[in-house]
Design a protein around this ligand. Structure first.
Ligand code: AMP
Ligand code: FE
Ligand code: FE
Ligand code: ZN
Length: 282
C-alpha cells in the first residue's frame, strides 16, 4: 500500500487540476491520496468525480494557522465535514484575506521595481485560493527571479521579507478543535520545516496534542534525518501518529507525488478517527 497524505491542486497553489491530480496519483502507483489544498475544499468534488479505479481519496485541507508565540504553521485536516458551518466560515475568512494580502504583496513588489500586475497574478491563481506561489510565479515570468523558489527570499516573499504581508490565520489550537468538531482528523504539517521560518516549540506541540491533535507529519522533504528522528520520538511520547507525505505542488515544487509516504497502520489510525466524510473509492 502506497499512501500519500498531502497534495495540492489548482484549488490552491498546485499546478494540476484536481482531476489531473488523482490520475497522476494513480499513475504513480499510489493506493491512497489525500487532497489537501490551502484553506479550501474547492477541489473535492472534481477529484471525487475523476477518481480512477483502485485509488482511495482522502478529502482534506491544509489550514493556515498561528501559534501562541506568533509562529505561522500549517494544520492538515482529514475527513472533516466541509458543510460544518463554524469551520467553513473560518476557511472562508482566511481565503478572503488571502486576496487582500496578495494584492498588498503585489503592490510591494511593484514599489520594489518588479514589473508585475495584480491582474496577471489573478490569472495565474485562477479559481484557486491565492497565495505567495502565484505571486512568485508572476515574479519568475517577469524575469525578476529565476524560479518560484527563488522568490522565497528576504528580498521578496519569504516570511518577513521586503514584499511579504501577513494574512489572517486561525490559532492552531482553535484549528485542531474546529477540525475535530467537524468530525475530522488534525495532523500537524511539516512541524519542523525550519527553512520556511521559525518553527514551533515542543510545548506548542504538547498543547496541540492536549487539544486533540492526531499526528505529526514526520517524513517530509523539509525535514532532515535528525529532525525526523526527533519528531518520531516526540510523536511516540505524545501518543501521536507519524505520517509521511510529498506535499506535491505539481511543477511549482521539485518533489514528485508519492516521494514520501505514510505507513498503512498510521493511515488506518487516521481513517478510523474520521467521522465527517467517508474515504472515497470509485
Ligand atoms: P502562503 O500560504 O500564501 O503564505 O504561501 C505559502 C506556500 O508557499 C507554501 O504552502 C508553499 O507552497 C510555498 N513555499 C513556501 N516556501 C517555499 C519555497 N522556499 N519554495 C517554493 N515554494 C515555497
Ligand atoms: Fe503550498
Ligand atoms: Fe504546508
Ligand atoms: Zn502543503
Amino acid at each position: 500500500m502506497r499512501i500519500d497524505l498531502h497534495t495540492h491542486s489548482t484549488a490552491s497553489d498546485g499546478t494540476d487540476s484536481p482531476a489531473a491530480l488523482v490520475r497522476i496519483a494513480r499513475d504513480a502507483g499510489l493506493d491512497v491520496v489525500a487532497l489537501t489544498d490551502h484553506d479550501t475544499t474547492g477541489g473535492w468534488a472534481e477529484a471525487a468525480d475523476a477518481l480512477p479505479a483502485d485509488l482511495t481519496l482522502v478529502r482534506g485541507a491544509e489550514i493556515s494557522c498561528i501559534d501562541g508565540d506568533g509562529i505561522s504553521l500549517h494544520m492538515l485536516g482529514y475527513l472533516f465535514d466541509d458543510a460544518e458551518p463554524e469551520f467553513a466560515r473560518e476557511r472562508e475568512l482566511v481565503r478572503t484575506d488571502r486576496v487582500r494580502r496578495a494584492r498588498a504583496m503585489v503592490e510591494r513588489c511593484i514599489e520594489l521595481g518588479a514589473p508585475i500586475t495584480w491582474e496577471r497574478v489573478q490569472e495565474i491563481a485562477g479559481d484557486g485560493a491565492v497565495g505567495r506561489p502565484h505571486v512568485a510565479t508572476a515574479l519568475a515570468e517577469a524575469g525578476v527571479v529565476a524560479d518560484v523558489s527563488d522568490a522565497f527570499t528576504p528580498e521578496w516573499l519569504k516570511d518577513g521579507g521586503r514584499a511579504f504581508v501577513d494574512k489572517y490565520e486561525i490559532t492552531a489550537v482553535h484549528a485542531v478543535r474546529l477540525i475535530r468538531a467537524a468530525g475530522g482528523v488534525p495532523v500537524f504539517a511539516h512541524p519542523a520545516a525550519s527553512k520556511r521560518g521559525r518553527t514551533v516549540s515542543d510545548a506548542t506541540i504538547e498543547e496541540l496534542a492536549e487539544a486533540g491533535l492526531a499526528g505529526l507529519e514526520v517524513d517530509h522533504l523539509d525535514h532532515d534525518d535528525e529532525t525526523r528522528a526527533r519528531l518520531r520520538d516526540l510523536a511516540r511520547g505524545l501518543g501521536l501518529v507519524a505520517t509521511g507525505s510529498s506535499d506535491y505542488h505539481g511543477s511549482r515544487k521539485i518533489i514528485g507525488i508519492g516521494q514520501f509516504t505514510t505507513d498503512p497502520e498510521a493511515f488506518a489510525a487516521i481513517a478510523e478517527q474520521g467521522r465527517g466524510v467517508p474515504l472515497l473509492r470509485a
